[in-house]
Every structure is written in structure tokens, then in C-alpha cells.
Design a protein. Structure first.
Length: 273
């Protein structure tokens, strides 16, 4: 058995380093958008099989609510509020409720440790997961909106505004859902908070605002999905005021940026514990 002196090893390492042209250079840091795309695709493929049945549940739930409300609401502004609220409820069920459960289970099961080892920015993890979950809401929201318009006799001409309502309301609700799941100390509490958030979106979004008490109406204004509901409901009028529609969408976008920023901070906080 031969013993090699430490000096020889260090000298050999120095010689190898000199032959290599200096110390090793680390690779460039992962950029946000490529990392976001990679996380989004991974989450989309992972959740496709498990979440599609739940998407059917969300869609049938919203359609059932509209059928139930059809016996109470005849038409006019109340019907517009019911259809708009039921459509956005599909987004709330997936982006708020399911995402809160997902991040709560991810934190409890140690899944955040896996993401912490990946060379991706924290914002890419949150945005990628939120975008994947929000993407599942598109077909259910469109089907719910079309069914509601036919059921209540509302015009179908401005349904294209869903192309803005779905991502903006989805971003606001997904950020809120991710923050709830990451900040909850236990997965059971994350599930409870997600359910409560979806229930708030159901009660405060579907029911017409003019039938709510003042205190409840104030709580409705604090809910992120309210502005997506208002923007969509305004498009059913004979002469929509597009300035108010854009204003509601702008508020929804601002809330989405803020909620996703809070979710990113919560992810960093949970990942280092």
C-alpha cells in the first residue's frame, strides 16, 4: 500500500488547473422565461391525467348552479351576474382551491426540497405551476359561459373577452391559492383555506351584487375574482362600456401581479425551512 503526500496531490491539482487555463467557471444562471416554460410543461404533463376529472366536476358544478338560479332569476342584470360568476367559478375551483391543496401537500411531503435543488428561479416555479393549473380552466369556463348564455338568453357575441378574463382572473386566484398553500403550516389547513376561498368566490361572485348587504358587498370588492366577474358581466349589455371593462381587467391584473409576488415570497420562505 503506497501513501501519496498531500503536497503531491495539491501540486497535481494545481498543475491540472493551470493546464485547464485557470479555475473552473460556473455555468450561467438559469433565466426566468426558459425556466418558466420548462416548469409549465412539466406541471402540465404531470397534472393532465389527475386534474381533468376534477375539471369536469368544476364545470358541472357551475352549470348546476346556473340551472338552480334559473328558477329564481329571469333575466337582466341578475342573469348577467349569474352567468359571469358561474364562469369565473370554474377558474376559482381549479386555480384557487386545487393549487392551494397542491402546494400544501408539496410543502408537507418535502417536494419543495426537490425544486430548491433545481437551477430555476423561485418565480418560475410559482408561475409555472399557476399557469399550468389555470390552463385547465379554459375549456370548462368556455363551456359554462356558452351554456349560461343559451340558458338565460344572453348574447354570445362578446365571449371573446374570456381570452382576457381567464388569464387575469386565473393569475390573481392562482397566486392567492399558491400563497395559501405555502403559508399554511399543515396540508389540511391549506385544503380548508382553499375550500373557503372557493366558497367565497361562489357566494360573492354568483349572487347579484345589488342583493347583498353592504358589509358583504365590501367583502366582495376584496375578492380578486370579483373584477373578472364584473368585466365579463358588463359585456352582456346592449352597449357595453368598454372603459369600465378595461378598468376591471386592469384591477384584476394588478391583483394578479401582487398575489403572485406574495406567492413567490412564500415559496422562498417555505423552501429555506
Amino acid at each position: 500500500m503506497s501513501v501519496v503526500p498531500a503536497e503531491a496531490l495539491s501540486g497535481g491539482a494545481l498543475a491540472a488547473e493551470e493546464r485547464a487555463g485557470g479555475p473552473a467557471v460556473l455555468g450561467p444562471r438559469a433565466r426566468l422565461w426558459p425556466s418558466l416554460g420548462a416548469v409549465y410543461r412539466a406541471q402540465l404533463s404531470r397534472a393532465r391525467v389527475a386534474r381533468i376529472p376534477l375539471l369536469f366536476v368544476a364545470t358541472f358544478q357551475s352549470i348546476g348552479i346556473m340551472i338552480l338560479m334559473r328558477g329564481v332569476v329571469d333575466g337582466g342584470a341578475e342573469a348577467q351576474a349569474v352567468v359571469a360568476g358561474s364562469s369565473v367559478l370554474v377558474v376559482a375551483f381549479v386555480a384557487l382551491n386545487l393549487l392551494a391543496q397542491y402546494f400544501g401537500q408539496l410543502r408537507a411531503g418535502g417536494g419543495l426540497d426537490h425544486y430548491a435543488t433545481l437551477p430555476v428561479p423561485p418565480a418560475a416555479v410559482v408561475l409555472g405551476a399557476a399557469g399550468a393549473y389555470a390552463s385547465f380552466t379554459v375549456p370548462g369556463t368556455v363551456v359554462t359561459a356558452v351554456f349560461g348564455c343559451v340558458l338565460f338568453g344572453l348574447p354570445l357575441g362578446n365571449l371573446w373577452v374570456l381570452a382576457a378574463v381567464i388569464p387575469l382572473a386565473g393569475a390573481a386566484l392562482a397566486g392567492l391559492g399558491a400563497a395559501l398553500g405555502l403559508l399554511a403550516p399543515r396540508p389540511e389547513l391549506a385544503t380548508l383555506l382553499g375550500q373557503l376561498g372557493m366558497s367565497a368566490a361562489l357566494l360573492l361572485g354568483v349572487l347579484p351584487a345589488d342583493r347583498l348587504p353592504d358589509v358583504v358587498r365590501f367583502a366582495r370588492d376584496l375578492l380578486p375574482s370579483t373584477y373578472g366577474v364584473e368585466a365579463f358581466a358588463r359585456t352582456f349589455r346592449d352597449d357595453p362600456d368598454w372603459a369600465f371593462v378595461l378598468g376591471d381587467l386592469a384591477v384584476c391584473a394588478g391583483v394578479g401581479v401582487a398575489s403572485l409576488a406574495v406567492a413567490t415570497w412564500a415559496y422562498r420562505r417555505a423552501a429555506v425551512r
